[in-house]
Design a protein. Structure first.
Length: 255
């Protein structure tokens, strides 16, 4: 009889502990979700109270975002700074290895980038597709970000999965100011992607006449051939780029 009572008491205790844990988990989860909402809505004082109340500053929501990632994405630098102060992971990796620094570079948020770099973010971290903060900033034409990242030691010669460089990406989008700055910073103008193409090839294909002219003036090699044994002149002819053909021939290209 005593053994049965003891067993019964133990069962009750275990159930009580499990129920308490369940309720605690529910409360914590509610706080975490409220923290995400407070960050999204930019409610600084509300999120402070939630963190003080036990909300997880590194909570990952169903979309894979943390509070810091939400703050960076929306340009809330003050909130981002506070979250980092409270222990937010600055190098948390979102889907595909995207970090808060890369997200900030996508949006050209120079203040957020300065904050993250100051706090120790890995400036040359590569996502799974090979992108870095510098590569995406160059692609999106964020000149101030490109300048700052290079000044802070970003690798100018980093390449994406298929060998695309920051110069190629800037050329592709037609960001001539970024193109000029990268060339002045000393990037390899004749660096090749895996298909053998250089920035000059990209400029020809995209019909960026001013950029073609500029690259040629900076020593872009029109004699380089792709893996399919094509020169930039052959590509220009294929795409019927009459003005570019004239520029290439004037520079000395003949085939």
């Amino acid at each position: 009889m005593k053994k049965r009572r003891l067993t019964f008491i133990l069962i009750i205790l275990l159930l009580s502990i499990n129920l308490f844990s369940y309720r605690t988990g529910m409360v914590t989860n509610i706080l975490d979700n409220q923290l995400i909402k407070a960050v999204i809505n930019g409610k600084f004082y509300e999120l402070q109270g939630l963190i003080d109340g036990g909300a997880n500053v590194n909570y990952v929501d169903p979309l894979g975002y943390t509070p810091l990632l939400h703050a960076i994405y929306r340009g809330y630098t003050k909130i981002a700074n506070y979250l980092i102060f409270r222990g937010a992971r600055i190098d948390y990796k979102f889907k595909g290895g995207i970090t808060p620094l890369i997200i900030a570079a996508v949006n050209g948020n120079i203040n957020a980038i300065k904050l993250l770099v100051k706090k120790g973010a890995k400036i040359n971290h590569k996502a799974k597709n090979g992108t870095t903060a510098l590569l995406i900033a160059a692609k999106n034409g964020h000149l101030s970000v490109v300048k700052y990242l290079i000044k802070k030691g970003a690798n100018c010669e980093a390449q994406m999965k298929h060998g695309e460089t920051s110069l190629m990406l800037a050329v592709y989008k037609g960001h001539i100011k970024v193109v000029k700055y990268l060339c002045e910073a000393g990037v390899k103008i004749n660096a090749k992607a895996k298909n053998g193409m250089t920035a000059l090839f990209v400029a020809v294909i995209m019909n960026k006449i001013k950029i073609v002219k500029y690259l040629l003036s900076k020593g872009a090699d029109f004699r380089i051939k792709t893996k399919h044994n094509l020169t930039v002149l052959a590509i220009a002819r294929k795409h019927k780029r009459k003005k570019i053909i004239k520029l290439l021939k004037a520079a000395g290209a003949s085939h």
